[in-house]
Write a protein of this length. Structure first.
Length: 461
């Protein structure tokens, strides 16, 4: 596997081939300035200056060539020239105008491949030279965090269960001098009863657990990051159809996002007291599986009537959010592949954002727009809170009818967030159903860069 840190190097004037990126509106002016050999090459390839046109242009000698990309994306987009890192042969390159900007991230991610189960791709590395040496290290870290999400989500459940999420957290803890605590199996029954109930039917080697990582100076402001870690979701006794189960290896995508964000926080050494929480379970079917109609106890002291075993993510998050609140953080962020309703409403690329704090929500939205990592705020609409009422318990987990499903799920989570603590919930898909430049089909990160930017701005030294 290619080391992403090798693909972006400071520009010290070393030999490199040029890559020119032009806007479609500038095509005509650019074309008239080109020598006949370049115009002949463009004509032979049928290029007309449309966005996405790319070609290798001949130079004066046999080994003298450059590359061209026609692109209508702004300089602020990380995907502006991402397609070129897969198009070009191995070698060293620099942009003709010397402005790499945010596009350096796409250059790196355009070369990331999930190769655990197949031979590595041939062709070698495409190295980009950047004059922006000050941003180089963080760009690599952002790429590595995104690659971590992709690799974890792409790994099938046979090789990524609760134990593997624990191992991934342990690796992160050791890399940054953090402390990891794990509560497993039957030990969850009294302290984290909803996590235990959801995961109790899994085999012994896949016992449920709450994985916690703590890092930072205890005197610094507390930030809790929570990620849903359902490593496979059958739907439980409310079993999913086969089509609905096909991609349920990705139901731990929230945990992958939380790990990625935590890695960025620690690598940047932000002055925070970080608490990462991952409730990790496999929602399996067995003689001891939790049932529709069961009333579950919670760490918060509430009782929950389980009306749907396929609405299990909000249950495990409820106990984890309660524990996060006990640490008295000033901010809680959670990521979860929580509802199909979110995908119906906004599609795969635009995660709904819910928050009890307007300033936090606005900061996340602004960062998402600026970084081309968009979020879209949906309301915590109090008028739908009655849908969580139960005849026999304090609340139910899944109102009938399915309307406003992403909102009612967020309202359920809100019940477990302490009053006065700023909280944001991102209902991410964690999957890209079709490839785009720099973003292959499969697992992907959504909202991580936006959340990291907000934390940097909020807790800069």
């Amino acid at each position: 596997m290619i080391d992403l840190s090798d693909l972006l190097q400071p520009d010290r004037g070393q030999p490199a081939r040029l890559v020119e990126v032009i806007a479609p509106d500038n095509w005509a002016d650019w074309l008239v300035k080109q020598p006949p050999r370049a115009r002949a090459t463009l004509a032979a390839h049928g290029l007309t200056g449309k966005p996405g046109n790319k070609v290798i242009l001949p130079g004066d000698g046999p080994d003298d060539w450059s590359a061209l990309l026609v692109c209508d994306e702004p300089v602020s987009s990380p995907w502006r020239f991402a397609s070129m890192s897969a198009f070009l042969p191995a070698g060293t390159y620099r942009l003709a105008d010397g402005v790499t900007g945010a596009g350096a991230l796409g250059w790196l991610l355009g070369q990331h491949r999930f190769e655990r189960y197949r031979k590595p791709a041939e062709g070698g590395a495409r190295v980009l030279l950047t004059p922006d040496a000050a941003r180089l290290a963080e760009t690599v870290r952002l790429a590595e965090a995104t690659a971590l999400v992709r690799d974890l989500v792409n790994t099938p459940a046979s090789d990524c269960g609760p134990a593997e999420l624990e191992a991934a957290t342990d690796s992160l803890a050791k890399a940054h001098g953090a402390t990891m605590t794990v509560t497993r199996g039957d030990a969850l029954a009294s302290g984290y009863p909803m996590i235990h109930a959801v995961g109790q039917a899994a085999s012994k080697d896949r016992h449920p657990r709450l994985i916690e990582l703590e890092w930072g100076d205890p005197s610094h402001p507390g930030v809790a990051i929570v990620g849903k870690g359902v490593t496979f979701d059958t739907g439980g006794l409310d079993i999913k159809p086969s089509a609905g189960m096909r991609l349920m290896k990705k139901d731990m995508g929230g945990a992958a996002h939380a790990l990625a964000l935590a890695s960025l926080v620690m690598a940047a050494r932000l002055p925070v007291r970080l608490h990462l929480l991952i409730p990790a379970v496999e929602n399996s079917i067995g003689s001891n599986a939790f049932r529709p109609g069961d009333v579950l106890r919670t760490r918060a002291g509430l009782t929950v009537e389980n009306t749907n075993t396929d609405a299990e993510g909000r249950l495990i998050l409820g106990d984890a959010l309660t524990k996060a609140g006990e640490g008295k953080p000033e901010l809680i962020l959670d990521f979860a592949t929580l509802t199909g309703a979110a995908r119906v409403a906004l599609g795969p690329d635009l995660p709904p954002l819910f928050s009890n704090d307007d300033a936090l929500a606005n900061a996340l939205l602004a960062a998402g727009t600026a970084l081309h990592d968009p979020l879209w705020r949906l309301p915590l609409w109090d008028g739908y809170d009655d849908g969580l009422k139960s005849d026999i318990a304090d609340l139910q987990n899944a109102p009938e009818g399915g309307m406003a499903g992403a909102i009612t799920a967020a309202l359920f989570l809100r019940r477990f967030v302490p009053a006065g603590v700023a909280w944001a919930h991102m209902d991410v898909f964690a999957w890209r159903p079709a490839a785009k430049a720099g973003r292959p089909k499969g697992g992907d990160a959504f909202g991580v860069r936006a959340a990291y930017q907000v934390l940097k701005e909020r807790y800069s030294r």
